[in-house]
Design a protein around this ligand. Structure first.
Ligand code: DX5
Ligand code: ZN
Length: 222
């Protein structure tokens, strides 16, 4: 099995020096950069949008794995493409026409992803599984970093692993929320191929980033 991808969430970075923080996690071994966009309406927190992402783009060549926690999504798809997003992941609850949104993301030149809240069933991806490149399992309720991993999501990851394998397509299965060196191996065993981590990557300051990222890749079989 190939090594799991690590996508550090810049929600836990120092916002006053985001460009530098991105260069640090790039050098420390990040495979993607997880960018949490929140609107204070779909989730009870606010972060940033396309203008900030555009300014961050020159700081790394790694893919921007952009997680939208906003509603509506459709009016902003073009702006995220222009800003340099590579993967654009949306929550089905954000709008009434999930399939249309995913098509628009693809048409804008990005990879479409679907994010499932802890209370959202795996089956919601069935009608769109051929149209997506990533499934994001939320193992916390979205909005904030530093929350505890919700155990019940491991079963959902196993269900999604089977669904993805049945397609024969190369769909990233990513998990987000409460991942650390204890919970990550369990999510990997359940079938994820990518791990998002905010607090577990940025804790301890820049000198700890490389070790923090390596600790999340720890082998699952002993
Ligand atoms: C939460 C965000 C996550 C968050 C994860 O809504 O989607 O990406 O940054 O933070 P940790 O890893 O600290 O749980
Ligand atoms: Zn996220």
């Amino acid at each position: 099995m190939s090594e799991v991808l690590i996508s550090p969430s810049i929600l836990s970075a120092d916002f006053a020096e985001l460009g530098e923080e991105i260069r640090r996690i790039d050098v420390a071994g990040a495979d993607m950069i997880h960018v949490d966009v929140m609107d204070g309406h779909f989730v009870p927190n606010l972060t940033f949008g396309p203008p900030v992402i555009e300014k961050l783009r020159p700081h790394t060549d790694k893919p921007f794995d952009v997680h939208l926690m906003i509603a509506p999504v459709d009016p902003y798809i073009g702006d995220f493409a222009k800003a340099g997003a590579n993967i654009l992941t949306v929550h089905p609850e954000a709008g009434p026409h999930l399939h249309r949104t995913l098509q628009a993301i693809r048409a804008a030149g990005m990879k479409p992803g679907v994010a499932l809240n802890p209370g959202t069933p795996a089956d919601i991806i069935d009608p769109v599984i051929e149209d997506i490149d990533l499934v994001l399992v939320m193992s916390v309720n979205p909005g904030f970093g530093g929350q505890s991993f919700i155990e019940s999501q491991l079963r959902k990851i196993e269900i999604l692993r089977k669904k993805i394998d049945e397609t024969g397509r190369d769909i990233i299965l990513e998990v987000d929320g409460g991942l650390n060196p204890k919970t990550a191996p369990r999510a990997i065993s359940a079938g994820v191929t990518a791990i998002v981590a905010g607090s577990a990557v940025f804790r301890g300051g820049p000198s700890a980033y490389a070790a923090n990222i390596s600790a999340l890749r720890a082998p699952t079989t002993i």
